[in-house]
Design a protein. Structure first.
Length: 118
């Protein structure tokens, strides 16, 4: 199973981007989907998560600006990012936590770069 994230790019402060992530291959049961990011020189951090059947969670720094959502019946997750700030610049990674037939494992995408700059 591979995850492919897309939608990153260069955007001016205040602009918007929508990231998407799709899984190729079969994941029997997805327990949660999420987006993480890693800025230069910093640790990877959780941006937003969407547990199956649960409530969304957001980092305080993106609340009110970012929205995570999933298309029903598809192994696809999106991150709508509005009101982007320079401090949102990072490589964004998608994550699925799913059942591989034996146990729950984390699947990671390769990352997509978001640069917020004027």
């Amino acid at each position: 199973v591979q995850l492919q994230a897309s939608g990153g790019g260069l955007v001016q402060p205040g602009g918007s981007l929508r990231l998407s992530c799709a899984a190729s291959g079969i994941i029997f049961s997805i327990r949660a989907m999420g987006w993480y990011r890693q800025a230069p020189g910093k640790q990877r951090e959780l941006v937003a998560s969407l547990p199956s059947g649960g409530s969304t969670n957001y980092a305080d720094s993106v609340k009110g600006r970012f929205t995570i959502f999933r298309v029903s019946a598809q192994n696809k997750v999106y991150l709508q990012m509005n009101g982007l700030k320079p401090e949102d610049t990072a490589v964004y990674y998608c994550n699925f936590n799913g059942w591989n037939g034996e146990t729950y494992v984390d699947y990671w995408g390769r990352g997509t770069l978001v640069t917020v700059s004027s």
